[in-house]
Design a protein around this ligand. Structure first.
Ligand SMILES: Cc1cc2nc3c(=O)[nH]c(=O)nc-3n(C[C@H](O)[C@H](O)[C@H](O)COP(=O)(O)OP(=O)(O)OC[C@H]3O[C@@H](n4cnc5c(N)ncnc54)[C@H](O)[C@@H]3O)c2cc1C
Length: 365
């Protein structure tokens, strides 16, 4: 519906941009690179900033720059009563608060985002280690142990699938994209991969290379093909590894064919800096993506992600709205206090319920 709102303008001197919700995150990013600028845009092509920023936004260099909606400095929107308004910290602050985290449950139509930009990090690279599934226990034990000390300039993630790197058998790809501002920060960011005690078990261990942002997007997109059916669900957790491990093994045993996969994202957040609706995150993010080509296979694969997450629910501290399956399984996606507050703002701003809420949500206590 909003795909034609795809214009954007970059103010190089002010280091700001305005962009319509239909602007692809990757489109914006490629333009920013030309100006030596940066924004924590999402990892995939095709995803527009509208839904991405409303739900939070886990993007490139997100551990260092924060969740992407923290870099939204204002929005222009049409409210439920048809008014066209600007919202920021100082104007319509309730709408601005709600828009950063409400996701698909927002009660207004955003027509323009005002964004804060950053200098393009000078030292950029990715290091990848690929392991066959027989090393599963070693790989997750190592990742769990080093996770808390991995520098913020690294968005460390692991992808388990039945076709590692798209060509090998079942395995785990451990990837460390790095966006560092100084040489020292870069060296520090690389160290945990360079000195990994399990590196010798890797089928392939690449050096640090900078393929360029476009190639990074292509690499990520090889895991998210178009014209497929998707079943997704996720959880945040800080559960002990001993508790997680039996379920990781079950996921490896039952994982549907590639490109279906499990993502393990090492987040380990600091304190959320901004006062906004977005409020739910934890040390580790686990997401399951079941991806299949033929509609006839929906009965076979459609419920796998939600049912696995259901089994792991006792270790979950909530979900993020990006990869959720709220139509199949509900779970907290905002703190209790923020859910309560957003519903009060909704009652005030959209009393007739013009806008739909989320597919489901936990009861407000
Ligand atoms: C292949 C793929 C990769 C992804 N990678 C990432 C990632 O790296 N990081 C991450 O955080 N997320 C990621 N996501 C999740 C993605 O951010 C969400 O699905 C997001 O909602 C997509 O936004 P959209 O505007 O493209 O989609 P839409 O389907 O257009 O929007 C989703 C919902 O957001 C609301 N919305 C959108 N625009 C507006 C608007 N202008 N005003 C009011 N409400 C609006 C609507 O409720 C709409 O139904 C990925 C998704 C996919 C499919």
């Amino acid at each position: 519906m909003m795909k034609h709102f795809n214009q954007f303008e970059v103010n190089v001197n002010e280091m700001t941009a305005t962009a319509g919700p239909g602007v692809g995150g990757s489109v914006l990013m490629l333009e920013l690179y030309k100006h030596n600028l940066f924004f924590p845009a999402g990892h995939c092509k095709g995803v527009c900033i509208g839904g991405y920023l409303l739900q939070g936004g886990y993007g490139w260099n997100g551990r260092k720059l924060g969740i992407a909606c923290e870099s939204v400095i204002g929005i222009d929107l049409v409210t439920a009563d048809g008014e066209y308004v600007h919202a920021s910290e100082s104007e319509n602050a309730d709408l601005f608060w709600a828009a950063r985290g409400a996701g698909g449950g927002f009660f207004g139509v955003v027509v323009r985002f005002h964004l804060k930009l950053y200098p393009l990090p000078k030292y950029r690279a990715i290091i990848a280690h690929q392991f066959y599934m027989k090393h599963l226990e070693d790989v997750y034990s190592w990742a769990y142990e080093v996770g808390p000390s991995i520098p913020k300039a690294v968005e460390f993630q692991m992808l388990m699938s039945n076709k590692m790197a798209g060509i090998f058998g079942p395995g785990i790809e451990a990837a460390a994209p790095i966006f560092a501002d100084t040489r020292d920060e870069f060296e520090e960011a690389m160290a945990f991969m360079k000195n990994s005690p399990i590196k010798s078990k890797a089928l392939i261990a690449t050096p640090a290379i900078d393929p360029g942002i476009d190639a990074l997007y292509k690499l990520v997109m090889s895991h998210y093909p178009e014209n497929h059916h998707y079943g997704v669900d996720n959880m945040w957790t800080h559960a002990p590894l001993d508790d997680l491990m039996p379920y990781i093994k079950e996921i490896a045993r039952t994982l549907p064919p590639a490109p279906s996969h499990m993502l393990w994202l090492n987040w380990h957040p600091g304190q959320i800096q901004s006062d906004m609706a977005y409020s739910n995150e934890d040390n580790i993010y686990i997401a399951l993506y079941t991806i299949w080509k033929n509609a006839a296979d929906t009965s076979k694969y459609g419920d796998w992600a939600a049912s696995m997450m259901h089994k792991m629910n006792h270790m979950s501290t909530g979900i993020q709205l990006a990869d959720e399956g709220l139509h199949k399984r509900t779970a907290p996606f905002l703190s209790d206090a923020n859910l309560k507050k957003i519903q009060q703002i909704r009652a005030d701003r959209d009393p007739k319920g013009l806008f739909h809420e989320w597919h489901s949500r936990p009861e407000i206590k």
